[in-house]
Design a protein around this ligand. Structure first.
Ligand SMILES: Nc1ncnc2c1ncn2[C@@H]1O[C@H](COP(=O)(O)OP(=O)(O)OP(=O)(O)O)[C@@H](O)[C@H]1O
Length: 240
């Protein structure tokens, strides 16, 4: 499961309205990418889905439950979240980073060890890295650790914010393919924020284009390509 419904959500920081009356539904297991100009509200939207911030108006439901009524910590433990700066804990080993949520959930050591082995296989990382600290890894390896950590507790929703933005083109493409492979094997609802239209169309079954806090178009990748609704969407497609 994990249908996400965003219902007339409005968010402002002080006087500045960052999201205006945003509504959409994401189907269980769907892959959505979000693209838009800088400051259009993409990260704010992900933070709302993760209950890191709350809407001023409107509501967000996951599987029919308004997330503002849920325990925020439990909600976040059930959602995988990967950000560009990765957010690995620098003072923890890679093993401890990957198992962070599992330890919060009080998994026993043997089960955790087995899950880490599975995760290393899924994200194609070598077990010798487990005792290292984040500083001792390359950018691509850190991204893989970030993905492994996000997937550790088998979340039904995964939010990725410019997750592959800080790696070279080849690593980026490899990570994109791996993400699709991981999703195909054990699907989850994926919301992937990117600045790259090519990446948005490649990863998203549907693509949401945002501008100035509004959704300009939310359609299948094919429909966006064939029928861009606004000048802004056309402009994005011109970068392909
Ligand atoms: N904590 C905050 N306090 C005040 N304003 C904020 C805060 N966080 C974000 N903003 C503002 O809200 C707007 C939307 O920011 P957001 O990070 O959601 O945009 P974005 O689409 O993710 O941008 P980018 O692509 O540059 O990362 C921006 O104008 C930003 O300056």
């Amino acid at each position: 499961m994990s249908e996400i419904i965003c219902n007339h959500v409005k968010k402002a920081y002080g006087e500045t309205i960052v999201l205006h009356d945003v509504s959409f539904t994401i189907q269980p297991h769907e892959r959505i990418s979000i693209i838009g100009g800088s400051g259009s509200g993409k990260t704010t939207l992900l933070k709302l889905l993760n209950a890191l911030i709350l809407p001023d108006e409107g509501s967000i439901q996951i599987d029919g439950i308004d997330i503002s009524t849920m325990d925020a910590n439990l909600l976040r433990q059930s959602i995988g979240y990967v950000i560009q700066s990765i957010g690995l804990f620098p003072h923890m080993t890679i093993y401890d980073n990957i198992t962070y949520v599992l330890r919060l959930k009080k998994w026993d050591a043997i089960r955790m060890q087995q899950r880490v082995e599975e995760l290393l296989h899924i994200v194609d990382l070598d077990a010798t890295l487990l005792t290292r600290y984040p500083d001792e890894l390359s950018g691509g390896q850190k991204q893989r650790v970030g993905i492994a950590r996000a997937l550790a507790a088998d979340p039904k929703v995964v939010l990725m914010d410019e997750a592959f933005g800080a790696v070279d083109e080849i690593t980026r493409h490899t990570l994109q393919e791996e993400l699709l492979r991981i999703h195909a094997v054990d699907p989850f609802t994926l919301v992937f924020v990117t600045h790259d239209i090519k990446e948005a169309l490649y990863l998203g079954e549907r693509v949401m284009v945002m501008k100035d806090g509004c959704v300009e178009q939310f359609d299948t990748a094919q429909h966006i390509r064939q029928h861009p609704k606004t000048a802004f969407v056309k402009q994005l497609l011109s970068y392909l």
